[in-house]
Design a protein around this ligand. Structure first.
Ligand SMILES: [Zn+2]
Length: 443
């Protein structure tokens, strides 16, 4: 039956796509988009024949039938002309398509095909795509394994997913991490003598590198989280103390926990960190450092586990900065939200969610709007713009290095316009949403 609208068509499919994802591990968003693509949202007259057959995925009759047996198709079919790509040319051929009792059967049949179909050598043709959680990667794998002859297929699918925000229908499994135990490979650390009261977060401070084994002559973290979100346990916190948050005061801020939190009563977590490789300024307080989503998600999960294991509350989860004033972990001290970095508060919120097992509200909630910054503006956002321009080596009209004073004057405006010019933005000296996105590496 013809559908009333694109939305109406999608809504019919959602529950079955989710049922199929639960049963087979094939993303609902991709399934729905494929059904939209194959069938013109059920609005296209050309697709009515397939709609009548409940074949919303354009399933052909012959689908490596001799290698698997469908639980959802009784062998009946229809014949219809269909476009095919051969050697880069579009042609039409008559083709036989499966006829189903319901669209649910069609969706389940497709997923079973993905799971069970084999190549002539007996290996599974598509099975490895089940469980892929990135829609773009999933559809690319499906196409390149030979499902579809249209070279633009994955592009079309990704576009449909974005247009209708279809990832909202994906069933998100709770992230599960393995802690990789490498404690045996490290030297015996100093013996723990005081009870553990604090968890202290750090950044590695080395651009685009991971050091899972970091525990060097007593310095380092008990745990190291890599940029890809892998967690390494280098030193058992119950047994050993490592040097990670001691030493004298640095800088002008932080150190609310100086003298309270020490190496002897805390656990240290080091996080791998990224920076733009062409960065001119990569000092400890540079505005160019950022964390990946994967690092932050894994670190938040690890902190939530350790809070339970050591009976620590969120107010005892602190930054190195809070102890000595060092700009560590840089993205959570500057809170400049560069690229994928969250703010410290957002990290704490995520830890709390993972600790309590509450439903995640993370998606979309970490977008932050900034005030427009232009000549005459004073304050924190103006300073952030100055720091971002400074870090990328933009200079004032006088050729001098920008003053980082939060007072957006002629030189700051000049540098901002140079940045806008270089990035192909409107050169108006006003830092609005587009310029902010470019400055923060989000566009
Ligand atoms: Zn640190």
């Amino acid at each position: 039956m013809k559908s009333k609208s694109e939305k109406d068509y999608i809504e019919q499919i959602v529950p079955y796509a989710q049922e199929a994802q639960k049963a087979f591990g094939y993303l609902a968003s991709v399934l729905i988009a494929q059904a939209c693509q194959e069938n013109g949202y059920g609005l296209d007259n050309d697709c009515l024949v397939l709609m009548e057959a409940n074949n919303i995925l354009g399933m052909k009759r012959e689908l490596l039938n001799d290698t698997w047996t469908s639980n959802y198709w009784d062998g009946s079919y229809i014949v219809k002309p269909t476009p095919e790509w051969y050697n880069g040319k579009l042609t039409y051929i008559n083709d036989a398509f499966r006829k189903y009792a319901s669209i649910r059967d069609c969706i389940m049949d497709y997923c079973q095909f993905m799971r069970d179909a084999k190549r002539s050598n007996g290996s599974y043709k598509y099975r490895d795509v089940l469980g892929i959680t990135d829609p773009a990667e999933l559809i690319k794998q499906v196409r390149t394994r030979g499902y579809c002859t249209d070279p633009t297929y994955d592009y079309s699918i990704v576009k449909i997913i974005a247009k209708h925000n279809l990832t909202q229908y994906d069933i998100k499994e709770k992230e599960v991490y393995n802690i990789i135990d490498i404690t045996a490979e490290n030297h015996a650390p100093r013996t723990r003598t005081l009870p553990i009261k604090y968890i202290v977060m750090h950044y590695l401070g080395v651009p685009n590198a991971d050091n899972p084994y970091l525990y060097n002559g007593g310095y380092g973290g008990h745990y190291n989280v890599t940029r890809a979100g892998k967690i390494y346990k280098a030193v058992d916190p119950r047994k050993g103390v490592v040097w990670h948050c001691g030493g004298g005061l640095q800088g002008n801020g932080g150190h609310a926990f100086y003298g309270k939190c020490t190496n002897y009563n805390s656990i240290g977590i080091e996080c791998g960190v990224c920076a733009d490789t062409d960065a001119k300024d990569l000092s400890g307080d540079s505005y160019l450092w950022y964390f990946t989503e994967e690092t932050q998600e894994a670190a938040a999960w690890l902190v939530a586990q350790l809070m339970k294991e050591y009976d620590i509350d969120i107010d005892h989860v602190i930054r190195h900065y809070d102890v000595t004033g060092k700009c560590c972990p840089n993205p959570y001290v500057l809170d400049n939200r560069r690229k994928t970095s969250w703010t410290w508060e957002q990290f704490r919120e995520r830890v709390k969610e993972l600790y309590s097992g509450a439903e995640s509200v993370r998606e979309g909630c970490y977008m932050t709007t900034f005030e427009n910054v232009h000549k005459g503006v004073n304050g924190a956002d103006a300073l952030t713009v100055q720091r971002l321009l400074f870090a990328q080596d933009y200079k004032g009209a006088d050729g001098e290095v920008l003053k980082l004073d939060g007072d957006f004057g002629t030189n700051s405006e000049f540098a901002l316009k140079e940045f806008q010019k270089a990035r192909g933005l409107t050169v108006d000296g006003d830092c609005g949403p587009n310029t902010w996105a470019a400055l923060l590496g989000k566009a």
